[in-house]
Design a protein around this ligand. Structure first.
Ligand code: HXC
Length: 513
């Protein structure tokens, strides 16, 4: 029964006029493009009935006398699988989700609340960028959002979900957040659209080719996760949240699942091919080490020579960084270094311990890599591991050569526990390269160079490229039986539970950008 006393009458009327803004046409316009409306997205993301909208009745600039509410964005708070979150969802049906002054103020308000209260914030983006009609005021609105993104960085998780266009200014807030999700065929991100590209460069391109989900998930690496439709995209966001703490002073949620995975696992000993130059899929190794079905890979299709993702080990969340021998032999190149460095820094910000699985023949050589500054980009990964104070464990599975050995959380870079499998090869370089330099003259003068080469390689492996030299010098803490990897790591992380390490006080470091 409605209470019709005067104050309540007005209360009900207002609520009704909010809902009556949405007619059939409103829904059809989004649905016909395979998209949900802003409100439907929130309903799908949040726990049933948990969403509380704030600022629903604010009016757009210059429309204070009209019954026109919201200014194209819905903001509020609620829960996702019981976790408190703040959310904003842009409404493309109102002026293309463009960002006007009031629209910006609403987003900034929930950003400030999320930061003050220490909860994650999720942005559902569907926007044509700065609202052209409001001019510099809308640019200032973006500036306010970006500043808030930067203040919140490393304090609360910030997740951007691109569910339509993100054009112009709309791209930079997602870029400043921790993760970007996109939906295939209906979402795209670009600083300038195809028309501007044509005008300035006389190049023909399409939305999809310029900034579609596929392009950003593979080539640019801007999108961390892409899905076939909006529902799956939002389910992906829910899953990601389940691994994250609410802020940088909390620890990630711990599950209490019994029977998470077998302890000793003989399959691990059989995964590596006999020939050390043959590839294998490191994801198989990860899955045999972490809790069953807990590996959540991130940026799966970009820089595939390195694998990153969140997982659970004995119910505790960890971040995994692993070289992928089946792509470019697991070499570290520019993209892989950037991908892993950013992930390491994310984990360190949010108290997520790091597990490194190493099988890396070195940095990627070549003119293109050098001219595009592999020196600076490779240094990002060095910087990230050296700076990280969370528990850090490395297991060398096979190759650990040269600079890449050092980078991948080696003992002297601050690894807390460094283990190696008996198959590990730790050296300055691989046998072929080393004997060419060390034995050039003998090989040139040999009667049977092939036979000499075979002998020298065998000697090098026996005396240099194995785990035992490093173990005997203390650069590795223990050579372990692969089948015991899971138990050994669980035990090591348990020992590290009370780890306290601080970097020197400073304004901030100067990471090589
Ligand atoms: C005001 C806008 C708008 C904008 C779209 N609309 N973008 N209104 N400001 N930035 C309006 C349209 O006029 C239209 O209104 C409605 O939204 C839907 O737009 P359509 O073009 O019909 O939709 P669609 O064909 O799906 O194309 C979507 C789009 C396109 C790709 C986003 O609208 C577009 O290119 N917009 C401009 C994108 C852009 O260049 N933004 C950069 C702004 S500058 P009606 O009334 O017809 O329904 C910027 C700089 C900030 O952001 C830099 C900070 C670092």
């Amino acid at each position: 029964m409605k209470d019709n006393r005067i104050p309540f009458k007005r209360f009900h009327e207002r609520n009704e006029s909010l809902i009556s803004q949405y007619d059939e046409n409103y829904y059809n316009r989004q649905h016909s493009k395979g998209k949900l409306t802003a409100r439907e997205r929130i309903d799908f993301l949040m726990d049933n009935g948990s969403f509380r909208e704030i600022d629903a009745f604010v009016k757009p600039l210059g429309k204070e006398d009209e019954k026109q509410y919201g200014d194209g964005v819905i903001v509020g708070y609620g829960t996702v699988n019981g976790r408190k979150v703040f959310v904003f969802a842009q409404d493309f049906n109102y002026m293309g989700g463009s960002l006007g002054v009031v629209h910006a103020q609403k987003i900034i308000k929930v950003q400030e609340m999320a930061l003050k209260m220490g909860h994650p914030i999720i942005g559902l983006i569907d926007s044509g960028g700065a609202r052209i009609q409001e001019g510099v005021a809308s640019l200032a609105g973006y500036a306010g959002i970006f500043s808030q993104n930067v203040k919140s960085s490393g304090v609360i998780p910030q997740i951007s979900v691109i569910l339509g266009p993100a054009a112009g200014g709309a791209v930079y807030s997602p870029a400043l957040t921790d993760f970007r999700f996109m939906t295939r065929d209906t979402s795209y991100m670009f600083v300038t659209g195809p028309e501007v590209v044509k005008e300035v460069l006389n190049e023909d391109t399409t939305f999809e080719e310029l900034g579609g989900a596929e392009v950003h998930a593979t080539q640019s690496g801007v999108a961390d996760m892409i899905f076939s439709d909006e529902e799956h995209t939002l389910m992906g966001v829910k899953k990601l949240l389940s691994y994250l703490p609410s802020n940088n002073v909390e620890h990630p949620p711990v599950l209490s699942v019994e029977d998470v995975a077998p302890g000793k696992n003989e399959k691990l000993s059989l995964l590596l091919p006999d020939d050390p130059n043959k590839p294998y899929d490191v994801v198989d190794v990860i899955k045999l080490i972490v809790d069953t079905n807990s590996f959540f890979e991130i940026a799966e299709n970009h820089a595939q020579n390195i694998v990153i993702g969140l997982a659970r080990l004995n119910n505790q969340v960890i971040g995994v960084v692993a070289n992928q021998p089946k792509v470019m032999a697991g070499c570290l190149d520019i993209d892989a270094s950037k991908k892993a460095a950013r992930f390491v820094r994310f984990c360190d910000s949010f108290n997520i311990p790091l597990l490194v699985l190493e099988d890396v023949p070195g940095f990627m050589p070549g003119i293109s890599q050098e001219h595009n500054a592999i020196i600076m980009h490779g240094a990002k990964l060095l910087y990230a591991f050296a700076e990280a104070t969370v528990p850090k464990i490395t297991v060398i599975l096979r190759k650990a050569y040269g600079g890449a050995y050092i980078v991948m959380n080696s003992k002297n870079m601050g690894g807390d526990f460094n283990f190696a499998w008996p198959t590990a090869e730790v050296a300055v370089m691989g046998p072929e390269g080393a004997i060419k330099i060390l034995n050039r003259k003998e090989l040139l003068n040999a009667d049977d160079p092939e036979e000499l080469k075979r002998r020298l390689i065998a000697d090098y492996k026996e005396n240099v490229a194995n785990p035992y030299v490093a173990d005997e010098k203390g650069y590795i803490d223990e050579v372990i039986d692969p089948s015991e990897t899971r138990e050994v790591i669980i035990n090591a992380f348990a020992l590290l539970e009370n780890k306290v390490e601080h970097n020197p006080t400073k304004k901030h470091g100067n990471i090589p950008l």
